[in-house]
Design a protein around this ligand. Structure first.
Ligand SMILES: N[C@@H](CC/C=C/[B-](O)(O)O)C(=O)O
Ligand SMILES: [Mn+2]
Ligand SMILES: [Mn+2]
Length: 301
């Protein structure tokens, strides 16, 4: 088993500085060694160095902020992640903000076109150019991957590789009005925190897998935004929302997906080591590392 750590020091999809420093914090916390200790061969070619990307002339498109920067960085990530997937290596992408998922999912789906996506997040990240209120592209990756909303030429490299019935959310609790309409309109399945309370995380994961992977035979891309966790568990993140997943609920999701044996792509996004006090940052970085270990088979027994 070989995993490649794809560090993406990128913050362009959202306004808060610091989220681009997460990869170095997780690596310095010992992530490569931790994965080796649970039996993985680990490729880590240094943090993803983006070619000097033209950022001088990047005026907004509609409300979209830094569109050309975000697009070109995500394209570079798609190429890197896609190459790992083609080589039978498990890409473990450390963000950086969640706009990067346009790259990671484009990458893994180039190798596994019949895969499904489990999106763990407080937010749906499905805004289109019409529905976004903030213009922050980390709130939009899913719409580009689904190919919904008015197309934006600067993002034309993103093919609509993701179908609504192959996507399921866990942890939602902070949606924009336009996003709620889009989820309904496209019949996208979502297990919000209300369902987590109602059914318990074990049943939620079972139901989520039944929805996107009924035969348990489809590759799975897990895109985990640490703000899905309660802020008491992962405080140092850019858009915290109260009433999130407990430490165990978050890890259970990762463990259960590992148990399927179908994981082909993992993103751990939105850790921002610059927002809180030292202790809170270390706590958040440690949670990022332990989620990855759980998704890569660190057994409890
Ligand atoms: N829906 C909000 C919040 C977006 C949150 C993005 B995150 O899930 O990647 O943190 C927006 O569009 O600005
Ligand atoms: Mn997100
Ligand atoms: Mn989020």
């Amino acid at each position: 088993k070989t995993a490649a750590i794809v560090g993406c020091p990128f913050s362009g999809g959202q306004p808060k500085a610091g989220v681009d420093h997460a990869p170095i914090h997780l690596v310095n916390a010992g992530l490569p060694q931790q994965l080796k200790e649970i039996g993985w061969e680990v490729h880590f070619g240094g943090h993803h160095q983006f070619e000097e990307i033209e950022t001088t002339n990047d005026p907004p498109i509609g409300k979209l902020k830094r569109p050309r920067l975000v697009s070109s960085v995500c394209k570079a990530v798609a190429d890197t992640v896609g190459a790992h997937a083609k080589n039978g290596v498990l890409p473990v992408t450390i963000g950086g903000d969640h706009s990067l998922a346009m790259g990671t999912i484009s990458g893994t789906f180039s190798q596994y076109p019949d895969a499904c996506v489990i999106w763990v997040d407080a937010h749906a990240d499905i805004n289109t150019i019409e529905t976004t209120e903030s213009g922050n592209i980390h709130g939009m990756p899913v719409s580009f991957l689904l190919g919904i909303g008015t197309s934006v030429p600067e993002f034309s490299w993103i093919k609509p590789v993701l179908r609504p019935e192959r996507l399921v959310y866990i942890g939602l609790r902070d949606l924009d009005i336009g996003e709620k309409q889009l989820l309904k309109q496209h019949g996208i399945k979502a297990f919000s925190m209300h369902e987590v309370d109602k059914y318990g995380i074990g049943q939620v994961v079972e139901k989520a897998l039944d929805h996107v992977n009924p035969g348990r035979d489809r590759p799975i891309h897990l895109s985990f935004d640490v703000d899905a966790l309660d802020p008491s568990v992962a405080p140092s993140t850019g858009t915290p929302v109260r009433g999130g997943l407990t430490f165990r609920e978050g890890h259970y999701i990762c463990e259960a997906i590992w148990e399927t044996g179908l994981l082909i792509g993992l993103d751990i996004m939105e850790v921002n080591p610059s927002l809180e006090d030292q202790k809170s940052v270390e706590q958040t970085v440690a949670v990022g590392c332990s989620l990855i270990r759980s998704a890569l088979g660190e057994t409890l027994l």
